[in-house]
Design a protein around this ligand. Structure first.
Ligand code: TMP
Length: 238
């Protein structure tokens, strides 16, 4: 078999060039936190995250969100459309937690009346700094019109995912998504949606079901990711 061209090799994913304008994303077992200061291999994490992200992106596609996802092609691989990536992280928060709680001196678990949207510049050397709309436009990353669309799509994704996870007995606390531009310039959600990139709290017990288990040494990381995959599979009939 011909060697595949690597387009990107990160700590938890590797992206290969696929046929035509497609890419292949392979999920690794590695989990990294705090800009790789902390890392470990979690058995089956690649399989679980590929499964979870495939179910979630298929659900979003089916509900009218344009994503890069085409199909799951193996236990650990997805076929996706190649897009021009926009280096902005959009964080959507339904419950105060993580960096927002720390930055503003708030207790985790407070439920604000409104949905909170943060923008971060995707630049690990700068520590992915928080930016606002005007910074994003001034940096030439997006137009104000595109930002309006990004917020609207992110809000719709939040509504859809909140419902999906609610049906699975899980509170969607927050999540991060990124976008790209397709060949015709249209915006496309181009990211994974996994317990690495979302905060998920069990509704019944309040237990963390996401990467905070690893960040904060709560243990049972593999079992928890498996539980998320199983609950979603029960809903998505896979
Ligand atoms: P934060 O509270 O650390 O800002 O994270 C908010 C959410 O976004 C949380 O679910 C983790 C996710 N996230 C990423 O997936 N990648 C990132 O680089 C950052 C900063 C957050």
């Amino acid at each position: 078999m011909a060697e595949q061209e690597v387009l990107y090799n990160g700590s938890s994913k590797v992206v290969y060039k696929g046929e035509g304008e497609d890419i292949i994303i392979r999920f690794k077992d590695y989990i990294a936190a705090f800009y790789n200061i902390k890392g470990a291999n979690i058995e089956n994490k690649g399989i679980m995250n590929c499964r979870i992200s495939s179910m979630v992106l298929r659900y979003l596609n089916d509900n009218g969100i344009a994503t890069h996802f085409v199909e799951q092609v193996s236990d650990t691989e997805q076929r996706c459309h190649r897009v021009k990536h926009i280096p902005i992280e959009v964080i959507v928060r339904n419950v105060i937690a993580g960096s927002m709680a720390k930055r503003l001196g708030l207790d985790e678990g407070i439920v604000p009346e409104n949905t909170i949207f943060d923008l971060c510049l995707r630049d690990s050397e700068l520590g992915d700094p928080l930016i606002n709309d005007h910074h994003a436009v001034a940096l030439g990353l997006v137009s104000y019109e595109e930002l309006a669309q990004i917020y609207a799509v992110s809000a719709k994704v939040n509504t859809l995912l909140t419902k999906l996870y609610d049906d699975a007995g899980i509170k969607l606390v927050d999540f991060k998504i990124e976008f790209g531009r397709a060949a015709d310039g249209s915006l496309v959600l181009a990211d994974e949606l996994t317990p690495d990139t979302c905060r998920l709290w069990d509704v019944a017990t309040g237990e963390r079901m996401d990467k905070d288990r690893f960040r904060r040494d709560f243990g049972r990381v593999r079992e928890t990711y498996e539980e998320v995959a199983q609950r979603l599979a029960n809903l998505c009939n896979r």
